[in-house]
Design a protein around this ligand. Structure first.
Ligand SMILES: [Fe+2]
Length: 459
């Protein structure tokens, strides 16, 4: 038989004017059509596609499974033999096969090279080195180590990646050099070294959150997301990387995202009725605080200052190691751009160290199909713009966000700027869709110590 003709590109060498990457994550088959993939496949201007993981999800497509309520109506259920939570090598292999029957994904693989890493769902939800939120031996899911080996073996079997270490399916951190312009360091923040996620529930007592104990745990110098070996490798890769832009392609948000504790509590307890109102109220307080309003009461200030990380599964839960990475970039005087996925929403963060020094920027992509915060926060569509404004105001290092639309990032590097455009689609619930030009966010950063911050871009 004859297969369709595919095209790819090799890495450029020498002096390069431009590198253009599409960046995606979180492509959940039962949640919707891969319209984002279809849209990217029409572009002729890309050097590569970077997939930051959650290329597959481990759940079944039963209506009560994660993001699968529409699967039946969309014709995106799994065949019976694979309609289960993935555990064995056979399960994982079959699931990749089902995804690869999707026309849009096939076409995208046909026309351009993928640079891939896994996130958690290539194994199971909220994976860390030795376990996962969604791994339950008492439910007959067996040994986590065996599941992990099966999942990673299937990943290497199906994905366009060669072993980084001959004979190993465990190591995926590696660098790509685009001439003198971009060194792209792909990381594994998920499986090879990550310590278990912290849980606020373990720091809740009768008097509320034990702030001191929590701060000590979250800042513990022994806590690791990368593992010592990968961290040393990254430090030496950044030291040896001589390209204008040092780019980290990785899974979870690096930006600091502290929210007022009362919002966190409302979200954690899914007590969402008053969320829009308290978000608006806190945003007003914050605006007054930023203007130096002297009439703010101590109580009002305390409502703002009692803040904590929203997501302990991200770098926010591994704060010491984040400082190590930022300090390395600072000491080496590198132009740092971090790419992230995992959250299903679009974010742009200024990366500042614990002293408040501006180090670099983070561009984080929306999902291909997985649902975002709009559902999780129970926000009706008309309240979303206001919620986005409120969150952007409350989170100091957050420059821009989109919490309700699916899409991808187009990241363009030149010798004088690194720019990200966030592209969104109106729907993944039907085959026909429109791209939303009015929703596009465009931000850039410049090289050099004075330029390493987010600014609006006309592009
Ligand atoms: Fe995801």
């Amino acid at each position: 038989s004859t297969s369709p003709v595919g095209t790819t590109r090799t890495l450029p060498e020498g002096s390069i004017d431009q590198v253009k990457l599409a960046v995606v994550s979180c492509s959940n088959y039962p949640a919707g059509y891969f319209n984002v993939y279809r849209e990217i496949a029409t572009r002729q201007d890309l050097d590569a596609l970077v997939h930051l993981g959650d290329y597959i999800y481990e759940y079944s497509s039963e209506a009560d499974s994660y993001a699968a309520a529409d699967a039946e109506a969309l014709g995106r259920t799994f065949p019976e033999a694979n309609n289960l939570e993935l555990i064995t090598l056979q399960d994982y292999r079959q699931r990749y096969g089902i995804y690869r029957k999707d026309d849009d994904l096939q076409e995208l693989h046909r026309v351009m090279p993928f640079i891939v890493v896994w996130d958690d769902h290539e194994v199971t939800n909220d994976t860390w080195r030795e376990g996962a939120e969604n791994h339950n031996p008492e439910l007959g899911e067996g040994d986590f180590g065996e599941r992990r080996i099966a999942a990673l073996r299937a990943f290497f079997g199906w994905m366009p990646i060669r072993p980084v270490i001959e004979g190993s399916n465990e190591t995926i951190y590696r660098s790509f050099r685009f001439g003198d312009l971009v060194d792209l360091h792909m990381l594994d923040t998920r499986i090879i070294g990550r310590d278990q996620q912290l849980d606020y529930m373990n720091y809740l007592g009768e008097g509320g959150l034990d702030v001191d104990a929590f701060r000590a745990a979250v800042g513990d110098p022994n806590r690791t997301l990368l593992g010592a070996e990968q961290r040393l490798w990254l430090q030496s890769a950044l030291a040896q990387g001589t390209a204008t832009w040092q780019v980290l392609g990785q899974q979870v948000l690096m930006g600091r995202m502290n929210l007022p504790a009362e919002l966190l509590m409302a979200i954690a307890t899914q007590n969402l009725e008053n969320l829009p109102a308290s978000l608006a109220e806190l945003a007003t307080l914050k605006a007054r605080a930023l203007q130096g309003d002297p009439t703010l009461t101590e109580q009002e200030l305390a409502r703002l200052e009692l803040a904590a990380p929203y997501n302990l599964d991200a770098w926010d839960g591994y704060q010491y190691e984040r400082e190590v990475v930022l300090a390395t970039a600072r000491q080496l005087d590198r132009n740092l751009v971090v790419l992230a996925g995992d959250t299903h929403n679009a974010w742009a963060n200024n990366l500042r160290d614990i002293e408040g020094r501006q180090i670099g920027v983070e561009f984080a992509t929306a999902s291909v199909t997985s649902p975002g915060l709009e559902g999780y926060l129970g926000l009706p569509a008309e309240m979303i713009p206001q919620a986005e404004q409120g969150i952007a105001l409350l989170v100091d290092d957050l420059e821009s966000l989109n919490i309700s639309q699916r899409g991808y990032m187009l990241v363009t590097f030149t010798p004088t700027e690194a720019r990200s455009e966030w592209h969104f689609l109106d729907t993944v619930k039907s085959r026909s869709y429109e791209s939303l030009s009015q929703a596009t966010i465009s931000l850039r950063t410049l090289p050099g110590s004075e330029g390493r911050r987010l600014e609006q871009s006309a592009g």
